[in-house]
Ligand binder design. Structure first.
Ligand code: MRU
Length: 346
């Protein structure tokens, strides 16, 4: 079944009401993109938990929406909303939006109807936040250079990750729609290739100028091509601005500092974890070593008995981050003060 709507708009998550074959959480299965667009209806919390763990739905803001609807599913399907929230949150420990949205939906209960209304609000807030981040980020980049800008990005931070136009990708898209994007360089993003499989798919669907590069090409690009900024998303931002994002992000930040390229993190304020003082306090999700040893589960890339290490994320120190773009505006160093202003602890 197709997952692509009009004008290249994609979805990550949808609530399927009882009258339309639900209650269920409908996902576009991201593990088979870009070869196939397959939708998956999760009618149980267990099925949704598997889908989250295996990255059929992924990206911090989209995980929040999936988790919120999953809590409603738990309330309706007999699992119980509290068990659903705990089960779903445990699947991706670094992505703060998942636990945040589950807790928020749970707090709107005990009625499933009230929880569904809250989950829908979270989804709508995501869309609005993406649009606002796009505007703030595009203005920031356009304000720094005359002519069209070339950006480098990592992983997938677009519609598939956000259920909105995206975070970093949304900035690139807004800039492009304003006539200000020369090209978006897309890191393939080892080991699961969210850049080449998903970001390039989104850019191609929209007709945005882009080119996929191997992760190892970033240094050469910064040295020899004009890169105006690196733009990335975040899975959790500590109170001091240290940023956890897809593994490989920290290497880009180090390169950007070396080559004098601005490094922007783009994330909604729901990704800021005021309860997490520094990046050292962020739990980094460790995934199956076979994601490294095998290419997408099939072609062998390393001997089966070679040990492999597979952290899903790394932490970029705040001192390497030029600015953090949120829906409420742009935070600049020192982040402890600027983030607290944009996202006061509740
Ligand atoms: O493991 P994933 O694919 O869920 O990782 C996603 C990322 O690291 C994104 O950059 C992050 O969630 C920000 S998405 C807007």
């Amino acid at each position: 079944m197709g997952g692509q709507g009009a004008a290249g708009e994609l979805f990550a998550v949808r609530w399927l009401p009882a009258g339309e074959g639900g209650p269920a959480v409908r996902l576009l299965d991201q593990t088979v993109l870009p070869s196939r667009a397959v939708t998956l209806d999760c009618a149980s919390v267990e099925r949704l938990a598997e889908a989250i763990a295996s990255l059929r739905v992924r990206g911090a803001p989209a995980l929040g929406v999936a988790g919120a609807y999953g809590v409603v599913l738990g309330a309706l399907a007999g699992t119980g909303a509290e068990v659903a929230a705990a089960t779903l949150t445990a699947q991706r420990p670094t992505a703060v939006n998942l636990g945040w949205a589950c807790r928020r939906t749970l707090a709107a209960g005990p009625s499933a109807g009230d929880m569904l209304a809250e989950a829908r609000r979270i989804e709508e807030e995501n869309r609005a936040a993406c649009a606002a981040m796009g505007r703030h980020g595009a203005a920031l980049i356009a304000g720094r250079r005359r002519g069209r800008a070339s950006l480098l990005t990592h992983c997938n931070t677009g519609m598939l990750a956000c259920q909105g136009i995206g975070t970093a990708f949304g900035v690139a898209r807004t800039l492009w729609e304003d006539g200000g994007l020369a090209t978006l360089w897309v890191d393939e993003t080892r080991p699961l290739l969210q850049g080449s499989r998903l970001t390039a798919f989104e850019a191609a669907a929209l007709g945005m100028p882009h080119a996929v590069v191997c992760d190892g090409a970033a240094a050469g690009l910064m040295a020899r091509e004009r890169i105006d900024a690196v733009v990335v998303g975040a899975d959790r931002i500590a109170a001091n601005g240290d940023t956890a994002n897809k593994v490989g992000t920290c290497a880009l930040a180090v390169l950007a500092a070396h080559f004098g390229v601005p490094f922007y993190v783009v994330a909604p304020t729901s990704t800021i974890d005021a309860g997490c003082p520094t990046g050292d306090d962020v739990e980094i999700e460790q995934r199956d070593p076979d994601e490294v040893r095998l290419a997408l589960g099939s072609v062998r890339l390393a001997p089966a008995d070679s040990p492999a290490h597979n952290p899903a994320f790394d932490v970029t120190p705040a001192r390497l981050v030029t600015a953090i773009v949120t829906e409420h505006g742009v935070a600049e160093p020192p982040y402890t003060a600027s983030l607290a202003r944009l996202a006061p602890a509740s």
